[in-house]
Design a protein around this ligand. Structure first.
Ligand SMILES: [Zn+2]
Length: 588
């Protein structure tokens, strides 16, 4: 039930020795600056980077696991710092690499790869690098852009200062307590735990008052973010900011627009679900912050870790042997740290680096939710196992675009397994279905609303329209009406939600990625569930492909073509099925 870290290094000394070896390789890499144009040196340089990537990222995994087992263990924390420092020096030591390779040109590089089979695995990475070339300015242009680099960060910094630095503490009367502080970190917990609509309203309005008070300043800051995006995208010869941001992952803008269309198609179901919630919760009016309320009280039925494993294994038993084998291998004793303990990091994750058995951290407390967490993290580890078995070092790591597919797949499958098994109590069933619907809404639907907001705001700015708090609030008011059928003006401060989401200011056009992975996973799952031809084989091909291609191609091979709207309709089907099940369970 505990990690056995000797699976990674036989002894602590071996781990320390590996850090030293990694440092030596990094120092050597630095000496190749200016030499990549010599074929022999080019080959040696990249052979060394592969050794580093393939054998030494393990020190990172080992250090992180040791630290997360007990964060009060100062020795483990300082080992982690040392490892982080080593990898920082790596990026400094190899900063010359990309500019030098770009200068050498595609023809030279591909020619070397043709002659050296051991470097073939780097071809995709190089193609991706050269793909960007048409948007890289000449030296003078790059130097000018670099002069403005610091300026483009000012908006995001100002946002942080205003939201975290210059904030005044705010308090509410909460239940029996006279004065409870409300912060961005605790307001959802306060809202979800209060039975009083008046208290919930007060908590929410108090939290949001920061944004209302400074609405003009927030709008100016956001405008500076939009203007920086416009300047950069124009300089780099993109047609829009959207195109620039999607270009990094080689994603067509049609995907973005298709996501939005699918969300619109799902909207009647979401509205019905909200109506049902309002009715079950007995509320006279429904507010956006009421989404945190549970439809039924927590079930106190316990599931041991053995139960959880058995449920998970049973749920996947119908799938091909190679999938089952890898899922079992991923959850083998010694690779899962199961129970909470003093100093252990909270939450759950799966950790993997190339060529090494992945490991899972849980904080298992015997709830049904924990069973789903096990299935989720096993999905990540299983994906990594398949990637490791089928890909060379350079293409094992996969991107965020595909990362949540296997985990979500396992959760959906476990849910259906439990529903058909018929051993759940009525409340357990309601609670499970509620959480499944809520997670589609929060991961796919709400994020797509935000993605549409970013698209509209950027487009307005690109068309030279004024960006003010009124115009930004109006976008949100219209979107909430369209997506949820809620008039958020009645919530008084909800319209400032555009100022509440830090991603809009820190990393524009980022949130859509939550929605893509999730909807791809649902589409793949529906194909398997409906028994479409080769559905599972196609899914396996995605898991085996690791990071060997652009994400849009990887999911296409798995049967989900994002450039067409059709496969994404699976999201609507799934949402609708779950809603019907929930309505049935409530009336049973
Ligand atoms: Zn995950």
């Amino acid at each position: 039930m505990k990690w056995d870290l000797t699976n990674y290094y036989k002894s602590y000394e071996d781990f320390k020795k590996a850090i030293q070896e990694a440092k030596e390789i990094i120092n050597e890499l630095a000496t190749y600056k200016g030499k990549l144009g010599i074929e022999e040196d080019f080959v040696k340089y990249y052979e060394k980077t592969l050794v580093l990537q393939g054998n030494y990222l393990k020190v990172y995994l080992y250090a992180e696991c040791s630290m997360d087992l007990n964060r009060q263990n100062t020795a483990a924390c300082s080992d982690m710092q040392e490892v982080m420092f080593v990898f920082q020096t790596l990026s400094q030591a190899t900063a010359f690499e990309s500019p030098e390779v770009l200068k050498l040109g595609k023809e030279y590089v591909m020619n070397v790869l043709d002659k050296h089979e051991n470097l073939e695995q780097l071809r995709f990475g190089f193609e991706n690098l050269f793909r960007k070339q048409s948007h890289i300015l000449n030296e003078e242009g790059q130097a000018i852009l670099a002069n403005y680099q610091g300026l483009s960060q000012v908006g995001s910094d100002a946002y942080g200062s205003l939201t975290n630095g210059d904030i005044t503490k705010r308090y509410v009367k909460y239940d029996n307590k006279e004065k409870v502080e409300v912060s961005n970190a605790n307001w959802t917990k306060l809202v979800s735990e209060s039975k009083s609509p008046k208290v919930r309203k007060n908590v929410f309005e108090t939290m949001m008052s920061q944004y209302e008070t400074h609405k003009n300043t927030y709008a100016s800051i956001y405008n500076s973010v939009l203007q920086a995006d416009i300047a950069e995208s124009k300089s780099e010869k993109f047609n829009s900011s959207l195109e620039m941001y999607l270009f990094a992952n080689n994603i067509p803008t049609s995907l973005y627009l298709n996501l939005i269309k699918i969300a619109h198609k799902a909207s009647p179901i979401v509205k019905k679900y909200y109506k049902l919630r309002k009715q079950v919760l007995g509320l006279s009016s429904y507010h956006t912050y009421d989404r945190f309320l549970e439809l039924v009280p927590d079930s106190n039925k316990k599931y041991t870790y053995e139960d959880a494993k058995e449920l998970f294994y049973d749920s996947i038993a119908k799938f091909p042997k190679e999938f089952v084998d890898n899922a079992k291998e991923a959850t083998k004793d010694g690779y899962v740290d199961v129970y909470p303990s003093t100093g252990k990091r909270g939450g759950a994750y799966s950790n993997s680096v190339p060529n090494v058995h992945p490991c899972i951290l849980l904080n298992f407390t015997e709830t049904l939710d924990d069973c789903f967490t096990l299935a989720h993290e096993s999905g990540h580890s299983t994906h990594s196992m398949f990637s490791m078995q089928n890909q060379p070092t350079a293409t094992q790591s996969y991107t965020i675009f595909v990362a949540e597919i296997a985990s979500t797949f396992n959760e959906q499958n476990l849910l259906d397994y439990l529903l058909t098994k018929g051993t759940l109590t009525k409340n357990e069933k309601i609670s499970l279905l509620q959480h499944a619907i809520d997670s589609i809404i929060s991961t796919f639907y709400r994020q797509t609303l935000f993605a549409e907001y970013e698209y509209i705001a950027h487009t307005k700015a690109e068309n030279g329209e004024a960006i003010t708090w009124e115009s930004l609030s109006n976008i949100m008011i219209n979107l909430y009406k369209k997506y949820y059928g809620l008039n958020i003006v009645k919530e008084n401060v909800k319209q400032y939600v555009w100022a509440y989401i830090p991603h809009f200011f820190n990393s524009p056009y980022y949130v859509y990625q939550y929605a893509t992975s999730f909807s791809a996973s649902l589409a793949i799952y529906q194909n398997v569930k409906e028994g479409k031809e080769n559905a599972f084989e196609n899914y396996l091909s995605l898991l085996k492909a690791g990071g060997s291609d652009y994400p849009i191609n990887l999911v296409k091979n798995a049967g989900v073509d994002f450039t067409s709207i059709k496969p994404l309709e699976a999201v609507v089907t799934r949402l609708s099925d779950l809603y019907e099940e929930l309505a049935k369970a409530i009336n049973e």
